[in-house]
Design a protein around this ligand. Structure first.
Ligand code: NAG
Ligand code: NAG
Ligand code: NAG
Ligand code: NAG
Ligand code: NAG
Ligand code: NAG
Ligand code: NAG
Ligand code: NAG
Length: 500
């Protein structure tokens, strides 16, 4: 008698009626991460109940089952090859919840500030781009709403744009860089691509960093005595996504750090990248690669004729002060150089150049080489592999170049003392005298050759006009990135990390 009563009561407590759901970022038309990774799915159901997940499509059927603890169920599917559509059904007792038109492919997370948020309707040739949307039904988009939190959240507070098949109305509000990159990846891979936009204009890297990452760079933690915004977007807009299996991330940010902890960006940015990698790996039950590919856009331009060094310094710090990526401090990363894409008349302000097509194209080249391991795809602009200073300065590049003459794009720091050449040193232009297929020859102004202590290239916010910088790859597509290189004291050799 008593026993029977208890059983009935428990069953009533555990009734799944109306209480079974998926987490906020699972929805119809979504893309789940394809094999060899396992897609992770999770959601809510009454404590103590059991949730089973079925996958139904033309080719395979998989079933996974999980208990509900603390109101949350979570399953990892067996690896599913790229393709679809599938229906994904969660079943709890006699309640079901089905996601329809689900594809399997690669998920890319798109983060950063306003240049990542910059919408497809705002770019050059926006109407032509939006008209292409119908050709890409297998590139799906999702966008998290702008939210902050003082503590790490399990789920997003709000979804801005649910998973969508691209169409004029949704795509116009979606990130242009994220979309353009995604459709290039689709053209290359020929299987579904899921794009998750989670970014916010005007935000510094610290807001997107966990306390673990901030601590590594001696930055204040959220909740320290002085009020700050550190970790608030990590908490609300990244942490909830950790349980999702992803393939990689792209990132366009740094402007907000030009005058905020700028000198720490060479630590805070690489630390954030590595912390995200570790956290996504663990959150997904080891499905997201522990070194997942991370692409980013090196800052474009802001103020013409500006002598403020903060943009060039952030550009340098974006590479962990090496000048190019990947490098030993930033492994499995790729970078789109963008300082040669200024937009003087952007109605959104010069800090928001409208040419996102070239940015996405350069990211795509990096992703092919770094994220998908394609051999022999050129994705790095020319970088010096030898500098010799005698009566002239010879800069040899690691690949064939094309050159436009310039009187002042190269600058030298002339110093007979052993003082380090820094931003406050006196830098003088070194004009390009001549060049050949792989090197340029510079005139060291009035500096006595032994006193040439450092050389820098394109060390200005806005160093050249649109696609008219002095050094490009022989294809004309990849600009030589900016650099600042110092000569070892008392030798003729110059500091340089080798490309790996
Ligand atoms: C998914 O569910 C919808 C609606 O119930 C149905 O029309 C469709 O055929 C199903 N698709 C698959 C692949 O099972
Ligand atoms: C599910 O089962 C419960 C208990 O047997 C019943 O009360 C409820 O009506 C059922 N709901 C549906 C949707 O069939
Ligand atoms: C945090 O960021 C928000 C949004 O950018 C801003 O409104 C607020 O003033 C910031 N708070 C502090 C303490 O910096
Ligand atoms: C980062 O840059 C600052 C300022 O340019 C420099 O003092 C510091 O040594 C660099 N730190 C690292 C970790 O490279
Ligand atoms: C998601 O991952 C985080 C970090 O590993 C973990 O704390 C949290 O419990 C996970 N949430 C779910 C719903 O699995
Ligand atoms: C920058 O300098 C050039 C050449 O002196 C001038 O034509 C241009 O108007 C200047 N631009 C700004 C924004 O001051
Ligand atoms: C816009 O379209 C024109 C005409 O096709 C083309 O010349 C130009 O390069 C395009 N701009 C961008 C940024 O793609
Ligand atoms: C280019 O000039 C440098 C310096 O004079 C020389 O060492 C090098 O061999 C030349 N390279 C080619 C391809 O002509």
């Amino acid at each position: 008698m008593t026993v029977a009563f208890v059983v009935v009561l428990l069953a009533a407590l555990h009734s799944c009626d109306g209480k079974l759901s998926f987490a906020s970022y699972y929805g119809d038309h979504m893309v789940l991460q394809k094999s060899p990774q396992r897609a992770v799915l999770w959601g809510y159901a009454p404590e103590g109940s059991q949730v089973t997940v079925y996958l139904s499509g033309t080719t395979t059927q998989k079933v996974s089952s999980a208990p509900v603890t603390e109101g949350i169920w979570r399953v990892s599917l067996d690896p599913v090859d790229a393709g679809g559509p599938y229906n994904v059904t969660a079943l709890c007792q006699n309640s079901t919840h089905t996601l329809t038109d689900v594809l399997f492919g690669d998920i890319w997370l798109c983060g950063g500030q306003s240049n990542m948020h910059f919408q497809t309707s705002q770019i050059f040739n926006a109407s032509e781009e939006l008209a292409l949307s119908s050709r890409y039904p297998h590139v799906r988009t999702f966008m998290a709403a702008f939210r902050m939190s003082d503590s790490e959240l399990t789920d997003l507070m709000q979804v801005e744009l649910p998973w969508s098949v691209p169409a004029f109305d949704t795509l116009r509000k979606f990130s242009a860089v994220c979309w353009l990159f995604g459709r290039h990846m689709y053209d290359y891979l020929k299987y579904p691509i899921g794009l998750v936009e989670s970014c916010w204009g005007g935000t510094p890297v610290e807001a997107w960093s966990s306390s673990r990452a901030l601590k590594q760079c001696g930055l204040k933690l959220a909740g320290d005595s002085t009020k700050n915004n550190n970790s608030v977007l990590w908490n609300a807009m990244i942490h909830p996504l950790l349980n999702f299996s992803i393939y990689g991330a792209i990132w366009y940010q740094g402007e907000a750090n030009a005058h905020y902890h700028k000198d720490k960006y060479n630590c805070s940015f690489p630390a954030m990248v590595n912390d995200w990698r570790m956290a996504f790996h663990q959150g997904s039950g080891l499905q997201t690669a522990v070194d997942f590919p991370f692409g980013f856009v090196q800052l474009a331009t802001y103020q013409e004729n500006s002598t403020d060094d903060s943009f060039p310094e952030i550009r340098w710090h974006q590479t962990a002060d090496v000048g190019f990526v990947p490098n030993p401090r930033m492994k499995n990363t790729f970078m789109a150089v963008a300082f040669d894409l200024p937009d003087k008349t952007s109605p959104y302000g010069t800090i928001h150049p409208r040419d996102k097509q070239d940015v996405a194209h350069r990211l795509m080249l990096g992703a092919r080489a770094v994220a998908y391991g394609e051999k022999d795809v050129p994705f790095l602009g020319p970088f010096p592999n030898q500098i010799l200073s005698s009566d002239f300065i010879f800069v040899s590049y690691d690949q064939p170049i094309i050159v436009l003459p310039s009187k002042n794009i190269f600058e030298i720091c002339c110093s007979d003392t052993k003082a380090t050449c820094g931003p406050s040193s006196s830098w003088v232009p070194a004009a390009i005298m001549s060049w050949n297929r792989t090197s340029v020859q510079l005139k060291p102004s009035s500096c006595a050759p032994p006193d040439v202590a450092a050389l820098r290239y394109a060390w200005k916010d806005w160093p050249c006009e649109f696609k008219a910088c002095p050094v490009y790859s022989s294809s004309g597509i990849l600009p030589a990135p900016p650099f600042i290189l110092k000569r070892h004291t008392d030798t003729t050799t110059w500091k340089r990390s080798s490309r790996t």
